[in-house]
Design a protein around this ligand. Structure first.
Ligand code: SF4
Length: 286
């Protein structure tokens, strides 16, 4: 893993496309992602973004934006004015093209500095998206931030299978992510499990029961419609669909997602979101 430092002009990016309905801005403390060679990286839509990868193999590089905190404080005033005028509120999605809690964060401290800056000048809302149990290293910081803005932490748990034979291992085990969700919620932080992208689930009843016990809501997102291409063509270029079909025939179809949504609704009535609506906190009726 090549880790480099870099300076960023403005850590706050105005959202476009599907993210526009979720938040006014996104923030990426890193360029690249050191989880890219783990299981979530196989179907990760960011690996297809040539602007970000600049020709490098996904998961082999990480650029720490060492002035992320300072950049936030320099830019948040103007960006919040723009956001409240044009989007109704100043809300940040952290992060859409990297993992905020990569293992290198303990050394680089970029996300920590950014969260500290947000505590100093809070946005209206902050949505944190993570695949990493290391989010717990920031529990106190998140609790404090939750008192200053609307905070939601979304923990990705795609399946109940700890491994998909033939594919790399997850960076954070399923159990450790369930534990992270539970501890975040116990700390009073709104916590959502995002089953994204939905992978074949072995014991569906138990899986959604576990989610209901540790999260305020659940969001299900299939790679079709969820990978940034109209019909899931990005993911179809990866080994993921073949593996999904071998484990559960039919799981590469939207009908599988719809069946899981109905199961989830029985366990978490009024607390189930689908696709981008779910990421924005808009849930299906009870
Ligand atoms: S943590 Fe997120 S950004 Fe990083 S490889 Fe996994 S899915 Fe992609």
């Amino acid at each position: 893993m090549k880790v480099k430092s870099a300076l960023i002009g403005n850590i706050l990016t105005r959202t476009t496309g599907y993210l526009e309905t979720v938040s006014s801005h996104s923030a990426q403390p890193y360029r690249g992602c050191s989880l890219g060679r783990s299981l979530c990286g196989v179907g990760c839509y960011v690996r297809h973004n040539h602007y970000l990868t600049r020709g490098q193999e996904w998961g082999t590089f990480l650029e720490a934006r060492e002035n992320a905190g300072e950049s936030y404080l320099e830019n948040c005033r103007a960006e919040s004015r723009w956001a409240r005028k044009h989007r109704g509120s100043f809300s940040i999605f952290l992060s859409s093209s990297t993992e905020p809690f990569v293992p290198q964060e303990s050394r680089c401290g970029v996300t920590r500095a950014l969260l500290s800056a947000m505590a100093e000048a809070p946005p209206d809302a902050l949505i944190i998206q993570t695949h990493s149990h290391l989010v717990l290293d920031h529990l106190c910081q998140l609790q404090a931030l939750g008192e200053r803005c609307v905070l939601r932490v979304q923990v990705s748990i795609e399946t109940d299978r700890e491994e998909l034979p033939g594919l790399p291992a997850f960076f954070s085990s399923i159990d450790s992510r369930f534990d992270a969700a539970r501890r975040l919620r116990e700390a009073g932080i709104e916590t959502v499990v995002t089953v994204s992208p939905l992978l074949p689930i072995r014991d569906e009843e138990v899986f959604f029961e576990r989610i209901a016990e540790c999260a305020d809501a659940v969001v299900l997102d299939h790679f079709i419609g969820g990978d940034g291409s109209p019909s899931g063509s990005r993911t179809r270029r990866t080994p993921l669909p073949a593996k999904m079909e071998s484990l559960h025939p039919g799981s590469t179809e939207l009908s599988y997602r719809d069946r899981m949504v109905e199961l989830a609704r029985r366990r978490l009535p009024g607390r189930v979101g689908v696709g981008i609506d779910g990421f924005a906190g808009r849930y299906l009726p009870d």
